[in-house]
Design a protein around this ligand. Sequence first.
Ligand code: PPS
Length: 396
Amino acid sequence: MEYSPIYQNLHVVSTSPVKNKLFVFCIMLSLWVYMIYCCVGYCSTMPRMMVSSANSKHSQHVDVDNRTEHRLQNEVNIESETQEDLFDPLFGISSRDLLNNDNDLENRGGEDWDEIKSEQRTLDDNVGSSPFNESAQGESKKLPQAIIIGVKKGGTRALLEFLRVHPDIRAVGAEPHFFDRNYDKGLEWYRDLMPETLEGQITMEKTPSYYITKDVPARIHTMSSDTRLLVVVRDPVTRAISDYTQTRSKKTDIPSFESLAFKNRTMGLIDTTWSAVQIGMYAKHLERWLQYFPKDQLLFVSGERLISDPAGEMARVQDFLGLRRAVTHKHFHFNLAKGFPCLKRPEGNSKPHCLGKTKGRTHPNIDPEVVQRLREFYQPFNRKFYQMTGHDFGWD
Ligand SMILES: Nc1ncnc2c1ncn2[C@@H]1O[C@H](COP(=O)(O)OS(=O)(=O)O)[C@@H](OP(=O)(O)O)[C@H]1O
């Protein structure tokens, strides 16, 4: 017979009742220690989903049916609260006047560096989250087929969050800024940021600075000439004030809106180099897009109607994307205190989820004469824009 330590041990144990009990006690003790070890989360042999389902990015993708609930519970608030002014793509533009930066809109892509860093962290978290491009469930990362390209402070976050309720939409939460700031990282870097999708689902992202950035139309066209483009537009005067309000919320010692808006106030000369003014000249920016994309590949979403009639505006958006109308009036609850529609689960009675406090800030009172002058300034641009889009947004 071969020598076997186990056999030897068993033999010894079976011959002594005391040792036998001691042996059983040791095994029980080891089992208890192991179980306690597992329960506190250090057990590497436990299935991953059990240990870290709350944190696992993959867990978000495992159950597509549970996606809506998961998002409503977690993502809307998380994104809107923590990333909030990641959604400030052209903070640096208004800084041109405030901080004497670059004079050229197209080159002024800078923004609050803390925001960029925190956005980058979110993006870096996404990159490499899946070592393979196709998962076991048949999901894979794809380049976006639809992009929300603007405009800053138009209501882009609300549109993206409303769209993410749709079971056939998957979207990256942070703004990738691929086509304006990260283009040199390459398309594979960009694809890797995207969530995994099943066949038939649409991948999306939003970066509001794309709409006003010179090279972006050509770059998106190079990626795919079929890309569908969504632009949320809002009364350019209110948009400018919203933009200013955001800047002021981070930097309190900035000049007044009234002084920034004019090159020469006595002569009523508007400062078109100030980004808060320039972004609202929608027709001018649209000309560049129409050099690359046919008009019917762009959808102009009314920022005002996204608030007053979210379901109606979402019906237009879903039709444009070729989706069934899954996001309906049942998903919205108008929160009177906040003054905005919030998302709810149609079947549940849980509290509706609103965007964070950086969406819907109180605007400062602006001298009515300045507001009037800005309205006059924008009128020809608005008219041109209505003509180009075939849609009167009613701002005049
Ligand atoms: N449902 C809902 N909840 C909250 N806020 C809403 C909503 N729908 C549209 N809005 C308007 O969105 C404005 C912010 O626009 P963006 O998300 O495009 O801003 S950003 O460019 O990403 O910073 C934000 O602008 P301000 O009111 O000036 O803060 C809102 O008016």
